[in-house]
Ligand binder design. Structure first.
Ligand SMILES: Cc1ncc(C[n+]2csc(CCOP(=O)(O)OP(=O)(O)O)c2C)c(N)n1
Length: 362
């Protein structure tokens, strides 16, 4: 027998687990100002997540999925987007969305049950999609938008979409990969491999050695990156988006990290995770890694990073207050959940809407 095809999956890392450079850093990472901004963006999301989970605990927020431990995946990929690119996020995409320019209070509004939060006000975010909660449906939306960009011959534009590793078991993921490969679409897939799909670990999700290689069957370039290394995530995504914008086709990036939070506020991860693995994962988390590198390389002083953190706390508080004010002064009635999906309500949905009005008024 001869070999018909063979493949390998590369793994990209710039800062190792001890925050030491494992490779020559890409140009952007030689500028401490850029690294400090990435540090701030990650801190912002971590602080926002903590405050949002606390709001849920006092009944001022509905179910919320935190990104604890996964900040580098969202910040590294989202900060690589440019004007004209389209983001098709999933529910764990808070960091990606904020890095793109979507306002944090809009995201809070959405999770607070107000669909108007998905009507993004920033002019660069007008074409970005609402958060997808159904697993993997966003993959086909992304393939559709990328097809439109291609058909309209809109050079210099690309689409970024994201999914959890569990979501890559869904048919939509494979369908989107296939069409992206066949039509050479300007599309970048980020797989946020946080090791868990609620309580299902990666070893029960696939027999494949990597999630990235799922793109191989579609003829797509795939790679893994250290998802705790924001420099690696940003570098891989920047290159993949540049390739997509210049007619080079799609890329699959699997970012390996660890979910340090519960799946959502409705979960208790301590019922299924191994405390030892969890503890080890804290030693590799992305914010500490970049912080250690910045301090060791002289890119930033401890006081600078402390004041960056304080600045983030104040900015988060401002966003929370905007959200709370919305919810108090302009609270949407329960039937509003039906009002932003259809131009004209189908009969069976109309019945459900009437029911919501009836129950809501009790
Ligand atoms: C079509 C569909 N099936 C099931 C669910 C319930 N569900 C919500 S999150 C989740 C696990 C997803 O895990 P993963 O894709 O790894 O993403 P993560 O939440 O870890 O970021 C499931 C099964 C859903 N939202 N949509």
């Amino acid at each position: 027998m001869r070999t018909s095809a063979s493949f390998e999956i590369k793994y990209l890392q710039y800062l190792d687990e001890k925050a030491k450079p494992a490779n020559d850093l890409p140009d952007f990472a030689k500028d401490p100002k850029i690294l400090i901004q990435l540090y701030k963006d990650m801190q912002f999301v971590r602080i926002l997540d903590k405050r949002t989970v606390a709001l849920q605990r006092i009944g001022k927020m509905h179910t919320y999925p935190a990104s604890l431990g996964q900040e580098a995946v969202g910040v590294g990929s989202g900060s690589s987007l440019q004007e004209g690119d389209v983001l098709i996020p999933y529910y764990r995409g808070t960091a990606t969305m904020i890095a793109k320019g979507i306002k944090p209070h809009e995201i809070l509004q959405y999770w607070g049950g107000d669909e108007r939060g998905s009507d993004y006000k920033d002019k660069n975010c007008k074409e970005d999609f609402p958060i997808a909660v159904p697993i993997a449906t966003q993959m086909l939306h992304a393939a559709g938008v990328a097809t439109a960009i291609k058909l309209r011959k809109q050079k210099g534009r690309a689409v970024l979409t994201e999914i959890g590793e569990g979501g890559t078991s869904e048919g939509e993921f494979y369908e989107a990969l296939n069409v992206a490969g066949v039509w050479d679409l300007p599309l970048v897939f980020i797989i946020n491999n946080n090791q868990w799909a609620i309580s299902v670990p990666t070893e029960l999700q696939t027999r494949a050695e990597t999630f990235a290689q799922k793109g191989i069957a579609a003829g797509i370039e795939c790679l893994q990156v250290d998802g705790n290394d924001v420099i690696a995530v940003k570098d891989a995504t920047t290159r993949a988006l540049d390739k997509a914008r210049t007619g080079g086709g799609p890329t699959v990036i699997e970012a390996i990290c660890y979910r340090l939070s519960d799946h959502t506020t409705a979960d208790d991860a301590s019922r299924y995770n191994d405390p030892k693995v969890h503890e080890d994962a804290w030693k590799k988390e992305p914010i500490k890694r970049l912080q250690d590198y910045l301090l060791a390389s002289g890119g930033a002083l401890a006081e600078e990073l402390e004041s960056a953190e304080e600045e983030c706390k104040a900015l988060v508080e401002k966003e929370i207050q905007i959200y709370l004010k919305f919810m108090e002064e302009d609270h949407q009635p329960p039937e509003a959940m039906f009002d932003y999906l259809f131009a004209e309500l189908p009969e069976r949905t109309r019945v459900q809407r009437d029911e919501a009005i009836r129950r809501g008024s009790k």
